[in-house]
Design a protein around this ligand. Structure first.
Ligand SMILES: [Zn+2]
Length: 375
């Protein structure tokens, strides 16, 4: 029996860390969709709830800003910033963690500038590029994931900012329980458990201290201590939960209309069907390829799942796209990453192949890796 199975209704893989798939082979996202389709979502109640949360933000801030919106300049952050300001009537402070110059793509800088240009104040925090790079080198070798440390910083920085500026209401994008079926997540708009999510390793960057980093080096990578979060009375909310037509696709349409610049490379180069995700840098494309080796799925699976769930793609059509494009990444991106990390490409592939899950991959007579998956 294959270790890797796909949800019988969409394409959600059983190899996804923390995924929930029930005895009938149906994933948590599909079960939630079932509830949605039977009209169980009371959008009026959610509207009421988010209005109350907005008012809570206004009442509890000790600053001119009512809330913080974490932004990269991409589609989801644009959607959130506009929603907070124009639908909820809040005065948001945008907070952005900027990639080091060597990693940041021009497109990313332009997209953030474009968002701000729509009339927002934004605080950008740039991390020491040398430490950033060393952490990426370490995470690649240790976890075969180049983004563990930087994702910790992306999540921790808005929390640090909220505490420092006394703005207790913090908006995040989507609840991973809804889009990818994370089993630990709460199903509502409350994001207070975010620090426990899979990518954050508990938010404790101190795990890198043993590799020669100092606590100062890791300040913005460490999620602020629980007592600081409590004392600051922070309220973390997934805004996506309250936006009825929230989806990657819809957010992209919304943002492209407002000047978002997207990626033009074809999906066979990028493992990305539509080119509007992760626009601010290119290493993510390589990380998706690494993830594909480790878990047997990449970004195309996530994209296809969204389209199967909204009914615009059949499962069969989706699987076709997954087989064709998932895990694809042009060698130029791998080279760019290896140059950045000062890593020989042979060493890159050694680490990736060592991390490859042998229960889901087998090598054919030509030495190529083939995925064993039960559709
Ligand atoms: Zn499913």
């Amino acid at each position: 029996m294959a270790k890797m199975k796909l949800c019988k209704r969409c394409a959600n893989p059983s190899t996804r860390p923390n995924v929930y798939i029930d005895d009938e082979g149906v994933c948590g996202v599909c079960r939630l969709m079932e509830q949605n389709q039977s009209g169980n979502i009371d959008w009026q109640a959610r509207q009421h709830e988010i209005n109350e949360i907005a008012q809570w933000g206004i009442d509890n801030t000790r600053n001119s800003y009512d809330c913080i919106v974490t932004v990269s300049g991409g589609k989801d952050s644009m959607r959130q910033a506009f929603f907070a300001r124009d639908e909820l009537g809040l005065n948001p402070l945008l907070v952005s963690a900027v990639y080091p110059p060597e990693e940041l793509h021009d497109r990313g800088a332009e997209n953030l500038a474009n968002l701000i240009d729509h009339g927002f104040d934004c605080i950008s925090i740039s991390l020491n590029p040398q430490i950033f790079k060393k952490l990426m080198q370490l995470c690649f070798q240790r976890y075969s994931n180049i983004f563990n440390a930087s994702e910790m910083a992306l999540y921790a920085i808005p929390i640090h900012t909220a505490i420092a500026y006394h703005i207790p209401l913090v908006f995040l994008g989507e609840n991973p329980a809804h889009t990818i079926g994370e089993k630990h997540g709460k199903l509502d708009g409350d994001a207070s458990q975010m620090r426990n999510s899979n990518t954050l390793l508990g938010g404790k960057a101190d795990i890198f201290l043993d590799a020669g980093f100092s606590p100062q080096d890791l300040h913005f990578y460490n999620y602020p201590p629980h007592e600081d979060v409590e004392f600051a009375n922070l309220r973390l909310v997934y805004l996506g939960y309250y936006i009825q037509d929230w989806s990657g696709w819809n957010n992209a349409e919304f943002s492209i209309d407002r000047g978002l610049r997207v990626r033009n490379d074809p999906p066979e180069f990028t493992g990305d069907l539509w080119g509007f995700t992760g626009l601010d840098e290119d290493f993510r494309l390589v990380n998706q390829q690494i993830k594909y080796a480790k878990f047997g799925f990449g970004h195309v699976t996530d994209q296809v799942m969204e389209k199967i769930h909204d009914g615009s793609l059949s499962r069969e059509e989706g699987l076709e796209l997954v087989r064709k494009y998932d895990g694809k990444c042009h060698p130029k991106f791998v080279k760019k990453l290896c140059d950045y990390l000062d890593l020989p490409e042979a060493e890159f592939w050694r680490v990736v192949n060592a991390a490859r899950d042998r229960d889901i991959w087998k090598q054919n007579e030509n030495g190529e890796w083939e995925l064993i998956v039960e559709y």
